[in-house]
Design a protein around this ligand. Structure first.
Ligand code: ZN
Length: 236
């Protein structure tokens, strides 16, 4: 089944480094953008002072077939905000992306991972993505794995590409940098990931191209992805 390659946090090196490398392979990616930060810098560790993409850069990506989806307006923990704030985060980011890109987002990625207000996410978006195990398609019970690719996990790419025989797999990554830390990736590690994807001949798609994720739920349950995740974190 196809995979989806996503980039969280709208960091500028997604445009400067990941975009040209993806283009070499003809792959289209997905940016989960934090709409209040665009054009500025990330305020806190671990990405303190790292520049964000601009709307102009996001428009270039969109014109080239990438998708610009929502990672909220200000990147709060959804488990720590009230319901009205959650509505604000979901709707303001959606409207800003629709206004500035010309295409409303259909997928939402939870900041930091923790899931809350699934009913609201389902109301405003077709797809919700958490960090480690799950992505759902308007139905919180449905899921496919969402797998982080970073300096600790990139060598497990082949494992997840084999997993893609049975399920959609959503890969997500953050920043690509020369001295990668946890949740970061070096340019060489990103090249490794892309070359493995290419050699596997798996199809790379995006959320809107694959409007309905037909999930083999009989094969999979939330536990399966957790176990698989534990396996990759422990190096199998
Ligand atoms: Zn994030």
């Amino acid at each position: 089944m196809p995979i989806i390659i996503t980039f969280d946090d709208s960091l500028k090196n997604t445009f400067d480094v990941a975009y040209p490398k993806m283009k070499e392979y003809g792959y289209k990616g997905v940016v989960f953008a934090i709409t209040s930060m665009l054009g500025g810098v990330w305020p806190d560790p671990p990405y303190k002072d790292k520049p964000q993409m601009t709307w102009d850069e996001l428009r270039i990506l969109h014109k080239d077939g990438w998708e610009i989806q929502s990672h909220s307006h200000t990147h709060p923990y959804f488990t720590q905000i009230d319901r009205d704030t959650a509505i604000y985060e979901l709707t303001v980011s959606k409207r800003l992306i629709a206004d500035n890109i010309g295409k409303a987002p259909t997928a939402f990625a939870y900041p930091f991972c923790p899931v809350a207000y699934e009913d609201l996410v389902a109301q405003y978006y077709r797809t919700g993505r958490t960090c480690y195990e799950a992505l759902w398609d308007g139905r919180p019970s449905a899921f496919v794995p969402a797998v982080v690719v970073d300096t600790e996990t990139y060598q497990n790419t082949d494992f997840w590409l084999r997993f893609a025989k049975y399920s959609y797999v959503v890969f997500y990554m953050h920043t690509i940098t020369d001295n990668p830390d946890f949740f970061e990736l070096s340019p060489d590690q990103f090249d490794y990931f892309l070359s493995r994807v290419y050699q596997s001949r798996v199809k790379v798609t995006t959320f809107d191209q694959k409007r309905s994720l037909a999930l083999p739920l009989s094969l999979l349950g939330a536990g399966t992805a957790s176990i698989a995740y534990a396996i990759i974190r422990s190096g199998f």
